[in-house]
Design a protein. Structure first.
Length: 753
């Protein structure tokens, strides 16, 4: 849960050259038990094309799926190597993993839907063995983070008297459909997790997160979510989103594609088909989703992920509780092998014709810069053998596209929908998809040290074969794409939000990254809520990057417009911001435009239209515009998963009108906006005028104590300490925005001890 008080004492770094990129886990680092990636044969395994996820039932009202997370051991490395234990999603109505006909896979099968098609999914936490006992995570869970923490306190950063080892209890999950326009109850809030329905879970463990909810009655270990798919044709993906351990559950394999189609896309006659449920064996596909991930392996075939700080810089402690530093969590992770659709360095036999590829960067921390070349070992940068015709991005087809690009810059969680035309190449030609992104945090162009050409600088191979038929598909003419875009409307508010680096004592310790506001500086997940757009409003968020590295920033709920970017003097701006905060926030909050060192540049051609994830470059202010058209609680965060898991994530709430109003005729205070999945409200009765005090009159869906609110006229804050949700007490603080009849806006929302 998010709090008004943060346990850590921190200061933020305004000098942008002190940063995370100075202390990276190198992809070339190999311990004695790790598999040397240079010894893994390349291009011996055919690319797996994820089949379509079968639905359980369908009628005029909705389409229903049952999708479970299970543990199994696929062949990720080439034949002859050991199998690899993973978590993966699959069709819960079909055979279990390992049985003939199973529909469990890493990555998961693709869910394909139509725009406006209502879909209900029963998400099942199946991380239990055949005897019904829970299975522990095979990757190291750091219990010192602010995480789900089933042993309690739930969704809380626990306290320790000694340095703890990794958590070995039952594994929580919660699935987020990334890029979906969906109400909060089905958004996959990080605190809406749940444990498997295992028989040996300790009696004192929490089995559900603070904000667990379900659109339909659900038994233990499950949740029903509903997706209206009220958006245009696009490439989404679903993945785990559990508080403080997303990096581990996604690295373990919990991810898959979710494709939305519409009539406009149908009319374009793009390359296809894509996999459909019930396709006969041997069906040829010319539309292929491709997820690129980096992984490291141990010699026994298991996934390697750091279980200590030994693999990141040279910091050796002390750790919690002696300092504020977590003993297991690492600020970033860069694997030393490339996995594409679940296999290391696969190949795809292609015909000399057009193909549509939907690329997803599924890496934890790595930015990809992909090219198609004829020599994968050539000195970087390599001249391209052909270009990409990019027709879409996160939010769907690009207006006035396609755009022709020689390389694809794709940050973690971003998607690129492209057409590649192999028709100019003779059978027998071999082409290679390579990566020229760095084996360390991305700081913008030029890339000083590209990925190793022998390992992480290669992705997959295209082998051109013979032509088996007629290619009747079309590559849209340049500038011809004209998808209908939602109207964002006039801007009601501009927010200045910051990306910050946090340093702790001792001074040689690794830093962390936090989001924050220009007014308050860095703020963790637990700090009071600051982003509260009004329902139906359009806002511009200016992302002020004070760090050394680029960060992919993702907003739940919305598909936004990238407005542009401008460079600024980080040192001067940070000094002015510090002075404002240290001076008690007196005077004028510094405007980043006053520190601009160049003109505002428009978005890159491939960023046109709508997106849900944007690259915020160091030393730049990145501006996005979004309309907030569904009420309730959502989150925004960095999609470098190691950052997201350790405080670089913030809640935001879309407000329905004023959060509280006082009616002097009835002496009642009405508070309608304490919303967590459902709408909750409370009413309080005026008990004393100086200062205003209220006693509880009525609560809808929640309950509380007798002295439920007090107003401090010196601070203008109304304090409500007695709202209760799922047995835990919460406190809401509201700031006065007018005189009698008093009205209030949400100022903070926190969990009480």
């Amino acid at each position: 849960m998010f709090f008004l008080q943060c346990r850590k004492t921190v200061f933020f770094l305004g000098v942008f050259f002190i940063g995370l990129s100075l202390i990276v886990f190198a992809a070339t680092t190999v311990s004695a038990d790790q598999l040397d990636p240079s010894t893994i044969p390349k291009y011996v395994t055919p690319l797996v094309i994820p089949p379509a996820m079968p639905f359980e039932s369908k009628d005029s009202a909705s389409t229903r799926y049952q999708i479970a997370a299970k543990q199994f051991q696929p062949q990720i490395l080439p034949p002859g190597y050991p199998t690899t234990q993973v978590f993966g999603y699959g069709d819960a109505t079909g055979p279990a993993p390992g049985l003939p006909g199973t529909r469990y896979h890493y990555p998961a099968y693709t869910v394909e839907v139509r725009s406006e098609e209502k879909v209900q999914v029963k998400w099942i936490n199946g991380l239990a063995d055949d005897a019904g006992n829970f299975i522990s995570h095979f990757l190291p869970i750091d219990p010192t983070l602010h995480w789900a923490n089933p042993p309690g306190p739930r969704d809380h950063r626990p306290e320790f008297v000694d340095v703890p080892g990794a958590y070995k209890g039952p594994v929580p999950i919660i699935t987020h459909l990334h890029g979906a326009h969906v109400p909060p109850i089905s958004d996959g809030n990080p605190e809406a997790w749940y444990l498997p329905a295992a028989k040996n879970i300790p009696a004192d463990y929490f089995t559900r997160g603070t904000f667990y909810d379900s659109v339909l009655p659900a038994e233990s270990g499950t949740a029903w979510f509903e997706y209206p798919n009220t958006q245009r044709a696009t490439t989404l993906w679903y993945h785990d989103h559990t508080l403080g351990m997303t990096r581990l559950n996604v690295y373990a394999g919990l991810a898959g594609f979710w494709l939305i189609r519409d009539s406009y896309e149908d009319s374009l006659n793009l390359p296809g088909p894509a996999p459909r449920a019930g396709d006969p064996a041997g069906t040829k596909y010319y539309e292929i989703p491709i997820v690129v991930q980096d992984r490291s392996f141990n010699t026994d075939g298991s996934l390697f992920y750091p279980d200590s700080r030994d693999f990141f810089g040279d910091y050796e402690g002390p750790f919690i509780p002696g300092t504020n530093l977590s003993p297991i969590w690492n600020p970033e992770f860069f694997g030393n092998a490339v996995v594409v659709n679940g296999n290391t360095w696969p190949f795809l036999q292609v015909e000399p014709r057009k193909y549509r590829f939907r690329f997803l960067n599924g890496c934890n921390s790595r930015f990809l810069i992909m090219k198609v070349v004829s020599d994968p070992l050539a000195a970087r940068p390599v001249s391209t053998a052909l270009t990409f015709s990019q027709i879409g991005n996160d939010g769907g087809l690009i207006p006035n596209g396609p755009v022709t690009v020689e390389q694809l810059l794709v940050a973690p969680a971003e998607r690129a929908d492209v057409i590649i035309d192999f028709s100019a190449f003779a059978p027998g030609t071999e082409l290679y998809l390579i990566n020229e992104g760095p084996d360390e945090p991305f700081g913008g162009f030029p890339v000083e040290v590209p990925a190793s050409s022998a390992t992480t600088g290669q992705v997959m191979k295209f082998s051109v074969g013979g032509f088996t038929g007629i290619d009747s598909s079309r590559l849209p003419a340049p500038g011809s794409l004209n998808p209908a875009l939602p109207v964002l409307g006039p801007v009601a508010k501009t927010r200045d939000l910051t990306l910050n680096e946090i340093a702790y004592v001792p001074q040689d310790a690794p830093v962390e990254a936090h989001l924050g506001t220009a007014e308050n500086g860095p703020m963790g997940w637990e700090a009071h809520m600051t982003e509260t757009p009004m329902l139906g409003d359009t806002e511009v968020w200016r992302l002020i990057n004070l760090t050394a590295d680029a960060h992919p920033i993702h907003l739940h709920l919305v598909q936004f417009e990238v407005v542009g970017r401008f460079p600024f003097d980080v040192t001067a701006y940070a000094a002015a911001q510090h002075a404002y905060i240290d001076g008690g926030k007196m005077g004028t909050l510094p405007d980043p435009l006053s520190f601009a060192t160049g003109d505002t540049s428009p978005p890159n051609s491939w960023e046109a239209g709508r997106k849900d994830t944007v690259i915020s470059n160091p030393g730049e202010v990145t501006m996005v515009k979004a309309k907030f058209d569904l009420p309730g609680l959502f989150v925004w965060h960095c999609h470098i998963l190691e950052h997201e898991d350790n405080e670089m994530m913030r809640p935001y709430m879309v407000m329905e009108g004023q959060c509280a109003s006082f009616d002097p005729a009835t002496n009642n205070l009405h508070v309608p906006c304490l919303e967590m999945g459902d709408q909750y409200s409370l009413d309080l009765s005026l008990a004393n005028n100086n200062p205003l005090q209220f006693s509880l009159a009525d609560i809808t869906a929640i309950s509380g104590g007798s002295q439920c609110a007090s107003y401090n006229p010196l601070t203008g804050i109304l304090h409500l300490p007695c709202a209760e949700y799922f047995g835990l007490r919460y406190s809401a603080d509201l700031s006065v925005t007018g005189t009698a009849p008093y009205t209030f806006e949400l100022f903070g929302y926190s969990q009480l001890p």
